[in-house]
Ligand binder design. Structure first.
Ligand code: PLP
Length: 231
């Protein structure tokens, strides 16, 4: 049935249904309420038409990691009322533009970016991206910067600090890495009690992320299929 309704994107509805079921199962196993978990479908490199098809299947939250591409798609799909989540590296000079279409920025990683996001027309959800590796070249702040960056974000009335975000390292069990992330989340809550959310979990590790308390999953290829080459 689903294939008939979306001839352009074969398998999309079935993959979405499978992931929704996987999320529900993982929530049940972790004794968590699926209502407390938001699945963001990461649509980077895919055409706007695929995002429109996802909206037709009931998706409300989509994620993008490049500003130019996100801006174009958000403009083209404005009628859908989607929540756009920016999950990639964000240049300071593009920050205000991103804040116009984005509902949330998951990749806050420096004070200058927080400062660039002040006096916005509408409040913006913000996640502090934490680096779970020892390699400073991977995105995100080191854990010892968590409290100071959280306090900095709290000083900015345009931002609603929601919590922490991370990507699991390639060379570590995701469950272990996400346990560390849960500890970082507690540290942020000690200075920002409202900032309870955890953005973690991708195609290959979302069940582990749910077990560790993730509230925002960022799932791409398990739903969209393989990504085309970047434009
Ligand atoms: C691409 C991307 C995802 C989704 O990755 P999949 O493995 O396709 O699920 C999640 N988070 C970030 C930051 C990404 O760039």
């Amino acid at each position: 049935m689903s294939e008939l309704s979306l001839p352009e994107f074969p398998g999309l509805a079935d993959r979405l249904a499978a992931v929704r079921e996987g999320v529900t199962d993982a929530c049940r196993a972790a004794r968590r309420d699926p209502e407390d978990v938001t699945t963001i479908v990461v649509t980077k490199f895919h055409p706007a038409a695929l995002v429109r098809a996802l909206a037709g299947l009931g998706v409300c939250d989509v994620g993008e990691n490049r500003h130019q591409e996100a801006q174009e798609k958000a403009a083209e799909l404005e009628d859908l009322g989607l929540n756009w989540h920016f999950v990639g590296q964000l240049q300071t000079k593009k920050a205000r533009q991103a804040a116009r279409y984005a509902h949330a920025i998951h990749s806050i990683d420096r004070a200058r970016l927080i400062d660039a996001l002040s006096d916005l027309e509408r409040p913006l959800d913000a996640f502090l991206q934490v680096n779970l590796t020892d390699d400073p070249g991977r995105g995100g702040i080191a854990a010892d910067e968590l409290e100071s960056l959280a306090e900095h974000a709290l000083q900015n009335p345009s931002l609603r600090l929601r919590g922490v975000m991370a990507v699991a390292p390639l060379d570590e069990e995701p469950a272990r890495a996400f346990e560390r992330l849960a500890g970082y989340s507690e540290r942020v809550r000690a200075v920002a009690p409202e900032a309870r959310d955890i953005s973690a979990g991708m195609t290959h590790d979302y069940a582990e992320a749910i077990a560790a308390g993730a509230t925002h999953l960022r799932i791409g290829s398990a739903i969209t299929g393989n990504r085309p080459e970047p434009r």
